[in-house]
Design a protein around this ligand. Structure first.
Ligand SMILES: NC(=O)c1ccc[n+]([C@@H]2O[C@H](COP(=O)([O-])OP(=O)(O)OC[C@H]3O[C@@H](n4cnc5c(N)ncnc54)[C@H](O)[C@@H]3O)[C@@H](O)[C@H]2O)c1
Length: 340
């Protein structure tokens, strides 16, 4: 198999380690690049990006060989793995291409725009035997890990329900325009943040979605993606959750509240954590916050899966399961028929 041949190069090169190529050098790629630099055994060697200015900027910051065409990069460079951080509609074709060329893949969320596309990616990665990890990053945030420890300790009794609220001015100029088109992003705030909410809820509860539906809405006449939504779901473990998004001109918040029989957890992913067990909230000290450490933990995990066959919790089946839930919400709302 092609990937076995390429993977063997890791050992031949000795301390160079796993050679990584980047596909897409946009906003999030820099967070990945900085994370990779923290991990011994990972080497960032090349990047492909269609916008020359971005490519130049990436090369200057991270010292890599550059390509406009990712297919040329894959064919010309000796790589072991790729990090794909492209607009959503390009996830399928790029992941399939890299799998066919024997490269392990860390693919940004959402896995793809539809379950059908996810299935094509899964088929290609299984056929070539490469590792596919989806960047569901929630399990790597220290705040979320600390929250899970409290849940698992049982000190707050039984977890019964969750509310997850994310409000942000979604339709801002700084957001890459492809995010605001159904054709390129697959949807709006639900596609983009729904994958994070579902990943967070499934990670915290160790459970899967059993039922899901919701109402989405569009208030921005110039855009064909939804800007607000309320989603209701029930997990296999019996816990129920409500996810609420408002993407208009409102104060930002990213807050998850977990209700137990004996208390409450208030979680701000990547920043703060509080516990209530009677009187008021007690703030829980967190040793590291923010994206950087979470992304580094994710790359460490990816490395372990490729090198040592460690359990891949964010595998393609998990990514597809999440897209299936998102599709169910859109189908429930008749979104595909443009019902507002
Ligand atoms: N895990 C997270 O927390 C997180 C955070 C932000 C974004 N993301 C995800 O990362 C991905 C990228 O998001 P972003 O915010 O960086 O977007 P972005 O628009 O800043 O980056 C995408 C880049 O891909 C480039 N591109 C487009 N077509 C290309 C092609 N054929 N070949 C090479 N490059 C091409 C674009 O020019 C752009 O620079 C999305 O899937 C997004 O949902 C994940």
């Amino acid at each position: 198999m092609q990937c076995v041949k390429k993977h063997a190069l890791i050992y031949e090169r000795g301390n160079i380690g796993m050679r990584i190529g980047f596909i897409g050098a946009g906003i999030i790629s820099h967070t990945h690049a900085e994370a990779i630099k923290k991990i011994e055994g990972l080497t960032l060697v090349a990047a492909a990006e269609v916008l020359p200015e971005r490519l130049k900027d990436f090369a200057e910051k991270h010292h890599v060989n550059t390509y406009i065409d990712y297919k040329e990069m894959v064919k010309s460079e000796v790589l072991d793995a790729v990090a794909i951080s492209l607009p959503h509609y390009l996830h399928k074709e790029s992941a399939v291409f890299c799998a066919e060329h024997g490269l392990h893949i860390l693919l940004e969320k959402p896995m793809a725009n539809t379950v059908e596309e996810c299935a094509e990616i899964l088929k290609a990665t299984r056929q070539s035997g490469v590792v596919l990890m989806i960047c569901h990053v929630q399990r790597y945030f220290s705040t979320n890990v600390a929250a899970k420890k409290i849940i698992d300790s049982g000190r707050l009794g039984k977890l019964v329900s969750i509310t997850d609220v994310r409000n942000i001015n979604y339709f801002v100029q700084s957001r890459p325009s492809w995010f605001l088109k159904k054709e390129t992003a697959g949807g709006g705030i639900v596609m983009n943040y729904g994958v994070h909410s579902l990943d967070k809820i499934m990670f915290l509860t160790d459970s899967k979605v059993m039922h899901i539906n919701g109402i989405i809405g569009k208030q921005m006449p110039n855009y064909d993606v939804e800007g607000h939504a309320q989603i209701l779901l029930q997990l296999e473990c019996g816990v129920t959750a409500v996810i609420s998004y408002c993407g208009y001109n409102v104060p930002p918040i990213n807050e998850t509240i977990l209700y137990f029989t004996e208390g409450t957890i208030k979680l701000h992913t990547g920043s703060e954590l509080w516990v209530n067990q009677g009187d008021g909230y007690e703030r829980i000290p967190i040793h590291s916050v923010g994206d950087q450490d979470a992304f580094a933990h994710q790359w460490q995990d990816f490395f372990q899966v490729v090198e040592n066959g460690a359990n891949n919790k964010n595998n393609g089946d998990y990514g597809m399961e999440i897209i299936s839930s998102i599709e169910q919400i859109y189908n429930y709302c008749g979104f595909k028929n443009n019902i507002e």
